[in-house]
Design a protein around this ligand. Structure first.
Ligand SMILES: [Zn+2]
Ligand SMILES: [Zn+2]
Length: 213
């Protein structure tokens, strides 16, 4: 019998970023989403899970989400996957975030660049790429339709939204991204954000004070 597909959350770094390990039960292939810090802890989780990691997927290029890219790429030979519009950002780091205590380790460039509407496979798990600019220009959400899961990075949180005061941010764009591209998904879609607790599209549509339906 096949093992189950799984998602494991590892909370990393001083800003408590949710790094996710997503694994396909059938093929044993896996990806690490947003390894922002604590590479050793993430590597241990990968080994514990007994999976074959192939990719790092970054929801966006801020250092709190990419600073363990280099170490994990070296250790496991992973390909880095991100939207091309955040390529410069992820390789350059951000002084603002280093002031906030974030360890800023520039990422290698992406090996694979994503576009809105792309499909990305982790084993038999199909992730749809939703480009959601606003927090950064190249921010993406990853939608696992069959699993009813949406990885939202710093675009949408439980009861909150991402900051738009960093370079490349835009409140108008962020609102449009959330309203048109995320709130149109089924209400029972589980939101797995880049910081904080899980939510659902339905509860954000009815209760998020920042972006109303
Ligand atoms: Zn961010
Ligand atoms: Zn963040």
């Amino acid at each position: 019998m096949d093992k189950e597909d799984f998602i494991k959350r590892i909370v990393v770094g001083p800003l408590a970023v949710n790094c996710y390990l997503i694994g396909c039960g059938k093929t044993g292939e896996a990806a690490v989403i947003d390894p922002g810090d604590d590479a050793d802890e993430i590597a241990a989780a990968v080994r514990d899970a007994g999976v074959r990691p192939l990719y790092i997927i970054n929801t966006h290029g801020h250092p709190d989400h990419v600073s363990a890219n280099a170490d994990l790429k070296n250790e496991f030979g992973l390909e880095i996957v991100a939207h091309g519009l955040d390529s410069t950002l992820m390789q350059s780091g951000s002084d603002l975030l280093s002031l906030m205590g974030v360890r800023v380790i520039p990422s290698p460039p992406p090996d694979v660049t994503l576009e809105h509407g792309d499909t990305f496979w982790v084993g038999d798990i199909r992730l749809e790429v939703i480009h959601t600019p606003g927090h950064t220009e190249g921010g993406v959400c990853l939608y696992w339709r069959e699993g009813r899961i949406l990885f939202t990075g710093d675009t949408l949180f439980a009861g909150g939204i991402g900051r738009t005061d960093f370079p490349g941010g835009s409140m108008r764009e962020l609102e449009r991204s959330i309203r048109e591209k995320l709130y149109s998904l089924p209400d029972d879609t589980v939101v797995l954000p880049g910081h904080g607790e899980n939510s659902t599209i339905g509860s954000e549509k009815s209760g998020n004070a920042f972006v109303r339906m």
